[in-house]
Design a protein around this ligand. Structure first.
Ligand SMILES: [Zn+2]
Ligand SMILES: [Zn+2]
Length: 300
């Protein structure tokens, strides 16, 4: 009953039209590159924008603003907020509100992108519906105290258009491919980045291992890390959400943790939080113990 109330909220036509329009333009971008003009410079610009916008979501919106997993200088916060806006995933304040609710109520009705309501709902369906009325501003009081975050929230759309479209358009003009740069670094990059982020809510709650706890559907699935700058180790993240790492082993592909750590050497980031190794080992031991006992229960 509760689920159906959430899933039958009015359709958010603004989001439906924007998302559909961007997907059409992404196809136009590919067609343009194949049939009109293929520019290596434009492709590099798209990759650079994908990286800057991607890290602004993973290192900025997610691990810094939502989870407070480390501290960062104002200029870095500013860059995160600029390129985070260009990612068209809401302002940092709204994004963090949704994500904190997701962590506090994973798999429950109040979870904005619960996979219990279906893979499609968790991936993109939830964005097609109006936001729930129960968003409590108190959940992000700490963030709202940050003037840069408030400013980005207020001017989110102008910033998104300026950094996500106008800037690539202007840069593309430098090598005579303004339209291509807008299509590739603007529309195609946004759509690819959306689906990479959406995969964390859908795929990383459906496929993979749960060595760090089976209390929720969150799973570790390393292939997702390849397209999300290291966010695929989602089971570890749900258990140790304040840890600045998602891939806890040194060999886990987690460019976001490497980026944050690298910047700590030059004082741009600091106070990097890590879950204590004994606590991680204890959880692993408990989980493997409970799995073994479940197996032996099934065998008897
Ligand atoms: Zn999750
Ligand atoms: Zn998180």
């Amino acid at each position: 009953m509760e689920q159906s109330q959430t899933m039958t909220r009015p359709i958010d036509w603004k989001n439906v039209i924007t998302i559909s329009g961007f997907h059409v333009m992404a196809v136009v971008a590919v067609t343009y590159m194949i049939t009109v003009r293929f520019s290596v410079e434009t492709l590099i610009l798209g990759a650079v924008w994908f990286t800057l916008c991607g890290l602004s979501i993973t290192a900025g919106y997610h691990r810094l603003f939502t989870h407070r997993a480390y501290k960062a200088s104002r200029p870095l916060e500013f860059l995160y907020l600029l390129f985070g806006a260009a990612s068209l995933q809401n302002s940092a304040l709204t994004w963090a509100t949704d994500h904190r609710v997701h962590h506090a109520h994973t798999d429950h009705d109040i979870d904005p992108y619960s996979t219990v309501k279906g893979f499609w709902w968790a991936h993109i369906g939830w964005i097609m519906r109006k936001s729930p009325p129960h968003r409590d501003p108190k959940i992000t009081t700490d963030l709202a105290a940050n003037p840069l975050v408030r400013l980005q929230d207020r001017y989110y759309y102008p910033l998104a258009i300026a950094v996500g479209s106008i800037l690539p358009l202007g840069l593309g003009a430098l090598w005579g491919d303004a339209l291509g740069a807008l299509l590739v670094a603007g529309f195609l990059r946004t759509v690819l980045q959306w689906h990479a982020t959406f995969c964390i809510n859908s795929l990383a709650h459906t496929v993979g291992s749960r060595h760090f706890g089976e209390d929720s559907t969150a799973r570790d699935f390393w292939p997702i890390a390849l397209i999300t700058f290291g966010e695929g180790f989602h089971n570890f993240h749900h258990t140790f959400q304040s840890d600045y790492r998602n891939g806890v082993k040194w060999y886990h592909y987690d460019p976001t943790k490497w980026f944050v750590r690298l910047l700590s050497f030059v004082g741009v980031t600091w106070d990097l939080k890590r879950a204590p190794a004994p606590a991680i080992a204890r959880v692993l031991e408990q989980e493997s113990g409970s799995r073994t006992s479940t197996l032996s229960d099934q065998g008897t």
